[in-house]
Design a protein around this ligand. Structure first.
Ligand code: T4K
Length: 375
C-alpha cells in the first residue's frame, strides 16, 4: 500500500441524508406549531400525498411512518397468505414484512447482471400455495416488470413491488410507482428522497388505498367507529414537511448523484478487478442513489477494510443474503432452490458514498484508495 493516499479527517458515510430547502422546512414547522396539529392525517401529509401522486401519475399515495410498515400494510391489505416469492438479495425488511404478516417467504434467485429477481427462478417456484410475487427494484434499477407480470397473470397471483430504492426512477414506459397491484417506497433518511423516516404505498386501486388508510389508523372509520383491524402506521406532520421541502430540491439531488456516478465510472474505467453496477440501463431514468461496485477474486473485504482505514465507511449491502439470516437460515422450506447468483453477488458487492455531501474531489480520493488496495 502507498502512504501518499490521504485519509479523510471526518468519516464519509454511505447514506448521508440529502437535505433540501431547509428554510421552507423551518417555515412549515412554524406553521405546524401554530396549528398545533402534529399527526393523524394532517394538512402536510395530505399535501405530500397529493404532490407525490401527481408527480408519479398514480391514483393514490398512502403515506406511512416508514417503508416497512407500508409493505406490511400492503401485504395485509391484500390479504396475502401462504407463500410469497421474494429475493434473498435485498434489505431484510422486505422479507421480515412478509413473515410478520403471517405469510411464508420463499427465496428466488437474482439475475447476476441486474441484481433483481430472475423470472426463470420465480417461475420454477410458483406452487398452488403461492399468493404473490414481491419484487424489489434493487439499487433503484427496475425489476423485470413485464416478465414478472406475465408470470403473475398466468398463475393468478398478485405482483407487488418493493420500490424502497426507486423513488423518482422512470422505466421507458412509466414512472416507478404505477406497476403491479401496488408499489411501496421508503423515505428513510438514507434514501434519495427522505422525510427523516417515512414511506408510502402507491396504487391505482382506489378501494385498496381506502382500506390501507383505515388500516394505518387502527381501522377507525370515524371518531368512535372501528371497522377493520389496524395499526399505527401514520406519518407525522414534521416528516411530511421535510418531504415537501425535499421535493423542491429533488432536481439538485439528481444532479449531484449523476455527477458522482459519472466520476466513479470514469475512475473505474480500465481499473482491473472492479466493475461499476449499471443501475439505469438504456431508456431508464435512474436516481443513482446507490453506487454499487463488484470486486472480484475475493478481494472485496480487503478493499472495504482499506477504505475504512482511510475513513470511508463503505457498506457491503446486502451481504450475506436474507436466506443466511434468522429466522430464515434455520428453515429449509424458505429455500427450496440453491441461490448461486445471490451468493456470488453478495460476496462481491460494495456500496460507496454518494449524494449531495460527496464531491468529485472526494471521489478521486476514494477511487485512489481502491486502486491502491487492488494494485
Ligand atoms: N426495502 C428495502 C429494499 C430497503 O432497502 C429498506 C430500507 C426497506 C425496505 C425498509 O424501509 P424503511 O422501513 O427503512 O423505511 C439503512 C436504512 O435504515 C434502511 O432504511 C435502508 N433500507 C437500508 C438499506 O439502510 P442500516 O441498518 O444500514 O442503517 P445505518 O444506521 O447503518 O445507516 C446507514 C448509513 O447511513 C450509515 O453509513 C450512516 C448513514 N446515516 C444514517 C442516518 C440514519 C447518516 O449519515 N445519517 C443518518 O441520519 O439501514
Amino acid at each position: 500500500m502507498r502512504d501518499d493516499v490521504p485519509s479523510f479527517s471526518a468519516p464519509l458515510h454511505v447514506g448521508r441524508p440529502n437535505v433540501g430547502d431547509t428554510e421552507a422546512f423551518h417555515d412549515m414547522v412554524a406553521d405546524m406549531f401554530d396549528r398545533r396539529w402534529f399527526t393523524n392525517d394532517g394538512p402536510f401529509v395530505q399535501q405530500l400525498e397529493r404532490e407525490i401522486a401527481e408527480r408519479l401519475g398514480v391514483g393514490n399515495i398512502v403515506a406511512t411512518v416508514n417503508g416497512t410498515s407500508a409493505l406490511e400494510l400492503l401485504i395485509q391489505g391484500l390479504e396475502l397468505h401462504g407463500e410469497i416469492i421474494v429475493p434473498s438479495f435485498t434489505f431484510v425488511a422486505t422479507v421480515h414484512a412478509v413473515e410478520r404478516s403471517g405469510a411464508r417467504p420463499v427465496f428466488a434467485d437474482i439475475d447476476p447482471l441486474t441484481h433483481t429477481l430472475d423470472p426463470d427462478s420465480v417461475r420454477a417456484l410458483v406452487t398452488p400455495d403461492t399468493s404473490a410475487i414481491l419484487a424489489v427494484h434493487l439499487w433503484g434499477r427496475p425489476a423485470a416488470i413485464r416478465e414478472l407480470q406475465d408470470i403473475a397473470d398466468e398463475h393468478g397471483v398478485a405482483l407487488i413491488f418493493d420500490a424502497a430504492h426507486a423513488f423518482s426512477v422512470r422505466t421507458p414506459h412509466a414512472p416507478i410507482g404505477s406497476h403491479g397491484r401496488a408499489e411501496i417506497f421508503s423515505f428513510h433518511a438514507t434514501k434519495f428522497f427522505n422525510t427523516f423516516e417515512g414511506g408510502a404505498v402507491a396504487t391505482d386501486d382506489d378501494a385498496l388505498a381506502a382500506k390501507l388508510r383505515l388500516m394505518r389508523n387502527f381501522g377507525f372509520a370515524g371518531m368512535d367507529s372501528v371497522i377493520h383491524l389496524g395499526t399505527n402506521a401514520k406519518m407525522p406532520e414534521v416528516c411530511a414537511a421535510m418531504g415537501l421541502a425535499n421535493l423542491r430540491s429533488i432536481g439538485d439531488f439528481l444532479i449531484a448523484n449523476e455527477r458522482n456516478y459519472g466520476a466513479y465510472a470514469k475512475a473505474f474505467d480500465g481499473m482491473t478487478g472492479i466493475r461499476l453496477h449499471d443501475v439505469a440501463p438504456p431508456g431508464v431514468q435512474g436516481n443513482y442513489q446507490y453506487v454499487v461496485v463488484l470486486v472480484a477474486d475475493g478481494r472485496r473485504d480487503s478493499v472495504l477494510d482499506e477504505l475504512r482505514r482511510h475513513n470511508v465507511l463503505a457498506r457491503r449491502y446486502f451481504w450475506p443474503g436474507c436466506h443466511r439470516m434468522e429466522p430464515y437460515s434455520s428453515r429449509r422450506a424458505a429455500m427450496p432452490v440453491p441461490l448461486p447468483a445471490t451468493e456470488s453477488v453478495a460476496e462481491q458487492v460494495l456500496v460507496l458514498p454518494t449524494g449531495t455531501s460527496i464531491s468529485v474531489a472526494d471521489i478521486d480520493v476514494i477511487s485512489a484508495i481502491i486502486g491502491d488496495a487492488l494494485s
